[in-house]
Design a protein around this ligand. Structure first.
Ligand code: FNR
Length: 194
């Protein structure tokens, strides 16, 4: 019997060009591909969304980029998200993306973009905790909308010193910690989605 192809989308909760979280999640996406998952990287910079507004929603239902993101999330089995920490919490761009993509739509099951999606969380920050505190909030939001967020996660501290100029991790120890999270993600998503 042929194995089902598992599809994963990887993205950062930052739109900044030189984002540490983008760098980290790209490395994670490559590790996922190496493990045999069909992995796509997307950059939220190319899907700009207005701040969620109920009046706007009444008018247009969902912005064009919201529809595109919904389609992407729906058509993947899991996500790898690298989430910057803003004021000990989730970044606005990530929260706004989740908000638009979580809204109910006629003829779609509730929370279809998030329910039963398997998610691995990462973060990167110039600070000493690597954005760890923000992940508490990100995890809580995603679990509350039906996602399966794996227990393992990785927060890259002092991220401004941790990448080579071509976007690789400098330290073997960081590579190993990230690999462990990806191994765990691959193992869980295979069990749940095969
Ligand atoms: C930050 N930053 C930050 N870092 C951190 O470790 N804990 C924090 O609470 C905050 N708070 C915070 C608030 C706001 C509004 C900004 C703009 C930044 C710093 C943040 O980690 C840093 O800018 C990262 O570089 C952001 O991630 P990207 O864009 O590099 O992926």
């Amino acid at each position: 019997m042929s194995e089902r192809i598992i599809k994963v989308v990887a993205f950062a909760g930052s739109t900044r060009n030189d984002s540490f979280n983008k760098k980290l999640v790209r490395i994670a996406a490559n590790l996922c591909s190496d493990a045999g998952l069909d992995t796509t990287y997307i950059d939220l910079k190319f899907y700009p969304l207005p701040i969620y507004d109920g009046d706007l929603e009444e008018e247009i239902v969902c912005p064009e980029n919201g529809l595109k993101l919904r389609q992407i999330l729906q058509s993947h089995d899991g996500f790898i998200i690298s989430a910057p920490e803003y004021n000990s919490s989730i970044s606005g761009v990530l929260k706004n993306t989740i908000d638009w993509c979580s809204r109910p739509r006629i003829n779609e099951p509730p929370l279809v973009c998030f329910k039963n999606k398997v998610i691995a969380l990462l973060s990167a920050s110039p600070g000493q905790l690597g954005g760890l505190r923000g992940l508490v909030t990100v995890r809580s939001i995603l679990v509350n909308i039906g996602s399966i967020v794996i227990p393992d996660q990785f927060a890259l501290s002092t991220a401004h010193e941790k990448f080579t100029s071509d976007g690789y991790l400098i330290n073997k120890s960081d590579e190993q910690l990230l690999q462990q999270v990806i191994n765990s993600f691959v193992s869980i998503i295979r069990k749940l989605k095969m």
